[in-house]
Design a protein around this ligand. Sequence first.
Ligand code: BGC
Length: 360
Amino acid sequence: MRRVLTTLAAAGLAAGALTACGDDSNNDSTRPAKIGVILPDSASSNRWETADRKYLEAAFKAAGVEYDIQNAQGDKTAFQTIADQQITNGATVLMIVNLDSGTGKAVLDKAKNQGVATIDYDRLTLGGTAEYYVSFDNVQVGKLQGEGLQKCLTDLKAEKPVVAELHGSPTDNNATLFKEGYESVLNPLYENGTYVKGPQEPVPAWNNTTAGTIFEQMLTQANNKIDGVLAANDGLGNAVITTLKKNGLNGKVPVTGQDADTQALQNILVGDQCMTVYKAVKQEADAAAELAIALSKGERKDVPGKVTDPETGRAVPSVLLTPKAIFFDSVKDVVADGYVTKADLCTAAYEAKCAEAGVS
Ligand code: BGC
């Protein structure tokens, strides 16, 4: 096996960015196979840095391929610069989590023009050209959130509850799919008068701070009469819970989420959050890494699914994994799956609740 070394200075990348060296025997010797990954940010959800990066790294290391994982930190210009650098530095495969479809498409198109294969990781780039799309069934994620909120409101015997909705980023296609899922559950309940449709707003860039401000306004305008909150992910949910706490309403108003973030699981344990949706990111990272590694060797793997790009009608070969709803009694399943450790979850303040929920 020939070792491929690229100087970090020449690569223009931060120290430590090039982490593995691999066998490039299947490739043009002047252009060693390298996989570039661009994560979106580290503020909209902890998952990108704590889970996706870790699992992708493990998969690439196990396969002995060279890779470079960068994070655009919510900056669309930086996103494009990273992509350009990765291609210049020999990436033959690019895997992106777009910040919006427009800038994502620009990156995918440029890559394609330079013979670089691409994968849409977690978020579909509308109008894009990626070889594969690897994600979860995101309409199902939303459905689980809607059904979860319904279950918690029923458990509380809420009568004609006013339900507020905090959608994800309007430029994230996933947010559209989550909304489609939860509204398929909630809209009929609004329409038949079981629930009262409260305020609804998207949260630009999934910004948690903005979510707090939005929810504070919602609550004030509603004179505190909000009885349930469909928050599209755990970061938004936690911002809502923080506001509810200030008003002495936490635990009385069920809040949803997504990502099985440690903080969210703790919120569930103490009763401040109704539920979250666990997406086994390891499965997602493993599936995407497997496809990326094959592409880097000039191979193409068949995948089971197809998703139609609503803008172009293109059938994108896809892997869509199954999400799982998590309530108090199933928090333990996330720990059992190795996504969160008991040590991180069951700190002193949560020890008793962990025991009650059977977390071992
Ligand atoms: C992902 C979620 C994440 C959100 C914010 C979505 O595209 O599917 O897991 O919480 O982005 O980063």
